[in-house]
Design a protein around this ligand. Structure first.
Ligand code: GTR
Length: 434
């Protein structure tokens, strides 16, 4: 009897332990049960390597920021090369009567060198026709080619490598006409234009195709000499982030754009790239991370949803090789993502999660934003203003803002509306929300 009892309680313990846990195909244990999150310690962004503490904005901006950025380069994303000296911008088309006459559509090829066959990226820009001067712009990379963000037939069809997805109109690793507008649900183009903002986007595969061999044809190979960087010194996220800064280089030359008011955003893996770009490049005025999850806004040391080991196994090309040393030891990582968020300070930052997106760890994203607050405080900027996660669809915060939206992993009209309201407030524009 005693024996049976012991056996039963042993089995019960095993079942209890594994409830809410999942072993993936690669034998990686994933947790989705809040009560099973073990204790973890976050590094203090204000703690200097010499033992002293950062106590004012100058020390942060002139010392600590660079030291922490270096830790992310060395341990997570890799080195970020500077811009090439001989880039060229080719305006390939301008239509002043786009979107039923409400917008100007520009298409620009950014050539990364002046060679005849220079590696390049194709930028799509919409600007509100009603603008009386340079406009603030939202910018971010897209997943399936510029032609997928809107059904507008004037958008050039991407000819680059694409991941096959028949439903999206992507076959034989190329986009077809059927792909037009297929991802429009993630891009509230009309809303952005109506609110007086421009939009600039490019396909992330122009920089590096998103597969483990993508580096061979992407800029990590084609620009290796110009950028003086070995392909192993950075990863695909680094390459995408680098491209975001090159879009900014173009925007600074466009008289219709207010380059001091550029909002950088990105969804999911492109949210990770957006954060890394904005950490390196302080020209981005506002930073918006949408459901960026592991390797983005979510805390890595918190064991919930996707883990460092899982992301490095599923996507071995995304991060710098050095990040893999933390697969089994996230606690040894000298930084965590609240520090990445703190690198945006004092710029306004919006972090957003979705309720059904447990994989991206909404609570880990909230806590990351929360723990970036002490750095914003140095500048006298207010953060979230709450200690616990807000209910769904209730954005909170001032210079750091956060919401968890009802629904799945996505970039919806609701999200865009919150970001537009946030940008209006931060830029001191009167809201055009109807
Ligand atoms: C998932 C990945 C996430 C997120 C997402 C996406 O498969 O695990 O980290 O980046 O892809 O980009 O849609």
């Amino acid at each position: 009897m005693d024996h049976t009892y012991r056996l039963l309680s042993f089995l019960f313990c095993i079942v209890f332990f594994f409830e809410g846990l999942e072993i993936t195909a690669q034998d990686i244990l994933i947790n989705q049960d809040e009560s099973k999150v073990p204790a973890y310690t976050l590094p203090d962004p204000l703690q200097r390597a010499d033992g002293k503490r950062v106590t004012d904005p100058q020390q942060w901006l002139h010392r600590q920021r660079a030291a922490l950025l270096k830790l992310f380069a060395e341990n997570v994303y890799g080195r970020m090369p500077v811009k090439p000296g001989n880039m060229k911008f080719k305006i390939t088309s301008v239509d002043s009567f786009a979107l039923g006459g409400s917008a100007i559509r520009k298409q620009v090829t950014i050539l990364f060198t002046n060679a005849a066959s220079a590696p390049s990226m194709d930028l799509l820009i919409y600007l509100p026709k009603s603008a009386k001067g340079p406009v603030p712009v939202f910018m971010g990379l897209n997943f399936y080619g510029n032609q997928t963000i809107h059904a507008d037939s004037g958008i050039r069809l991407s000819t680059r490598w694409m991941m096959n997805d028949e439903k999206m109109g992507l076959v034989n690793n190329r986009a077809t006409e059927a792909s037009r507008g297929k991802d429009a649900g993630k891009w509230a183009v009309e809303e952005i234009i109506k609110r007086g903002y421009g939009l600039a986007t490019a396909y992330y595969g122009d920089l590096e195709p998103d597969n483990p061999d993508g580096w061979k044809t992407g800029i990590r190979t084609t620009l290796k000499t110009e950028l003086s960087i070995h392909e192993n010194e950075w990863g695909a996220i680094g390459a995408w982030a680098w491209g975001l800064s090159r879009i900014m280089d173009y925007l600074e030359t466009d008289a219709d754009v207010d380059a001091k008011k550029v909002v950088i955003t990105g969804h999911s893996r492109l949210g990770k790239a957006c954060l890394w770009a904005a950490a390196n490049d302080e020209r981005f005025a506002i930073v918006v991370s949408n459901n960026s999850g592991e390797g983005g806004a979510a805390l890595s040391k918190r064991w919930f949803g996707e883990t460092i080991e899982k992301i490095n196994t599923s996507f071995p090309h995304w991060f710098a090789p050095a990040f893999k040393q933390y697969n089994k030891h996230p606690e040894k990582l000298p930084v965590d993502m609240h520090i990445l968020l703190a690198l945006m300070a004092p710029r306004p930052l919006y972090v957003a999660s979705a309720a059904d997106d447990w994989w991206a760890d909404p609570k880990g994203e909230f806590l990351s934003a929360k723990n970036a607050e002490p750095v914003y405080s140095l500048f006298g900027k207010k953060g979230l203003g709450v200690n616990a996660m807000p209910p769904v669809d209730h954005p909170v915060g001032e210079t750091i803002r956060y919401h968890i939206r009802t629904g799945k992993h996505d970039f919806t009209l609701y999200d865009w509306q919150q970001y537009l309201d946030f940008a209006d407030k931060q830029f001191g524009r009167s809201s055009k929300r109807q």
